[in-house]
Ligand binder design. Structure first.
Ligand code: IMP
Ligand code: MG
Length: 182
């Protein structure tokens, strides 16, 4: 597969669509098992998680609900450190089994801020499921309960993830080509 270019940067093929689907199916299988009879509420973090959430949901066979929040911290390829809540939580999470769905945990700041926002509420259980985790970049202490892929600290696009708004529509993941920049 050929590299792709968004704005000023080139990206090379990284994780195929088939590999992603395999991991998403495997995650759904685990969730179907772990939440049997429980009707969990999934909280999906927009924008990046929309494709991951949509695919995962097709493979869930348990009773499950989903709602969306929108947090943003990224400017270009670097975390800005400032977390913006563009769409907040509109659903009561008290006495619910909660699973947060994130596209990627990088520094962990976004997730830590969201957990802080909801820490006065009392869910029955709260777990975090992510498509991607960059363990060497994660600076905040977080327990991630379900991870599809652990990846190195390199910027990626595709499958919902963007570089300055572009690349979300790719069905596979691409990695920044650091040797080929304009
Ligand atoms: P954190 O707060 O540093 O953990 O960043 C989390 C958010 O930044 C994710 O939800 C993504 O939206 C975005 N992000 C982090 N790393 C990448 C990347 O490699 N590509 C695209 N977006 C990313
Ligand atoms: Mg995100």
């Amino acid at each position: 597969m050929a590299p792709v270019k968004f704005h000023d940067k080139y990206f090379v093929p990284y994780i195929s669509s088939a590999e992603i689907q395999e991991k998403v199916v495997e995650l759904a299988r685990r969730l179907n098992e772990d939440y049997k009879g429980k009707r969990p509420l999934f909280i999906s973090v927009l924008n990046g998680s929309f494709m991951f959430t949509a695919d995962l949901f097709k493979y869930l066979t348990i009773e499950a609900e989903v709602c969306f929040i929108k947090l943003a911290s990224y400017k270009g390829t670097k975390s800005s450190g400032q977390i913006l809540t563009a769409i907040g939580l509109d659903t009561d999470i008290n006495n619910r089994d909660i699973v947060i769905l994130e596209d990627i945990i990088d520094t962990g700041k976004t997730m830590t801020e969201f957990l802080r926002q909801i820490n006065h509420q009392q869910p029955t259980s709260l777990k975090i499921a992510v498509l991607l985790h960059k363990p060497t970049a994660t600076a905040y202490p977080l327990t991630i309960d379900y991870t599809c892929f652990s990846i190195p600290d390199k910027f990626v696009v595709g499958y919902g993830l963007d570089y300055d708004g572009l690349g979300r529509n790719l069905s596979q993941l691409y990695q920044l080509d650091e040797d080929n920049e304009d």
